[in-house]
Structures are given as C-alpha cells and as structure tokens.
Design a protein around this ligand. Structure first.
Ligand code: ATP
Ligand code: MG
Length: 148
C-alpha cells in the first residue's frame, strides 16, 4: 500500500481554496476521502472549495441532516460526480447500510465527514485528512494517502 503523510497549515479561507485546487488535481475516480476533526474546523468548507475546483457550480450544502448529497461534474472531467457524506448524526456502520448511503463510486469521488461514526467505512479511505485547530485559530491539516 502506497502511503504518504504530510502536514500543512491553512490560515485562511483563501489558503483553503488553494489547497483544494491542489487536491482536486490529485484525486482520481474511486477515491474515498475521510475528513476528521472537531466541530467547525473546516471540513465542509473544504468540500465547498473542492467542489468549486472540480468545476461544480451547484451550491454545496452541509448534509448533516440529509446525510448525503451528490453533485455531477462537468462532462469533460474524468471524475463523474462528487458525493458528500456527513455521518455526524449516525452511530454505526449499520446505520450507513440501513440508510443505503453511497460509500464508494468507481466513477466518482466520495468525501466523508465524521468517518469515526462508521469505522468499517472509514477503513476503506484512499485519503485520510485530519484537522486540528492551531492556537492562533488557523487550521493544521495532516493528509495520508492510502491508495491500494
Ligand atoms: N482555514 C480556515 N481559516 C479560517 N476560517 C475557516 C477555515 N476553514 C473553515 N473556516 C470557517 O470555519 C467555519 C466552520 O467551518 P465548517 O462548517 O466547514 O466546519 P466543519 O468542520 O464542517 O464543522 P462540522 O463538524 O460542524 O460539520 C466556517 O465559517 C468556515 O468559513
Ligand atoms: Mg461540516
């Protein structure tokens, strides 16, 4: 398994947008990205920025109450869709199954907030992003690629 660990500081929303642009260029169909970190650290903000970088023009909403949203990409993209899950209100992998959520998409990318709620699902991530608050209020982001 190829692994690469890196850590960067993201001090602002423009810096987040720049990071999202780099991430968009690195993602491939079939990738599953987990977003871990405390309330308000910027997980949804990253998904919004990533959607912009992938060419999605629909408004990205936080799926905390609907669990899942899927956005189509422009037809010239090699990635067909971005699926955004937020498992905050779930308690287990069984909940994910019961709700019939999309947990992988060979033609698209799946991003998952609160992956800790569903450990089996989380274990299949190809990229794990883990956020912490820095003392000055900016964000530190650790990323670990786990592509097979
Ligand atoms: N790097 C950053 N610098 C400054 N502000 C940021 C940064 N990232 C996110 N924010 C701001 O922090 C707030 C909370 O972000 P967001 O909703 O993305 O958090 P979240 O991690 O998704 O939280 P939750 O766990 O509740 O879903 C937003 O107002 C967002 O604009
Ligand atoms: Mg969120």
């Amino acid at each position: 398994m190829a692994m690469a660990l890196s850590r960067i500081r993201i001090p602002s929303l423009p810096a987040l947008a720049a990071y999202a642009a780099d991430l968009a260029a690195a993602l491939r169909p079939g990738d599953v990205v987990t977003l871990s970190g405390p309330l308000g650290v910027g997980k949804t903000a990253l998904v919004k920025a990533l959607a912009r970088s992938l060419g999605i023009t629909d408004e990205v909403i936080s799926p905390t109450f609907v669990y899942q949203q899927t956005y189509r990409l422009p037809t010239d993209s090699s990635i067909r869709a971005l699926t955004h899950l937020d498992l905050y209100r779930l308690t287990s992998d069984a909940d994910v199954t019961a709700l019939g959520l999309v947990t992988e998409d060979p033609t698209g990318v799946v991003v998952i907030e609160w992956p800790e709620r569903a450990p089996t699902l989380a274990s299949r991530a190809t990229l794990q992003l883990t956020w912490t608050f820095a003392p000055d209020g900016s964000r530190d982001l650790t990323s670990e690629w786990r592509r097979p």
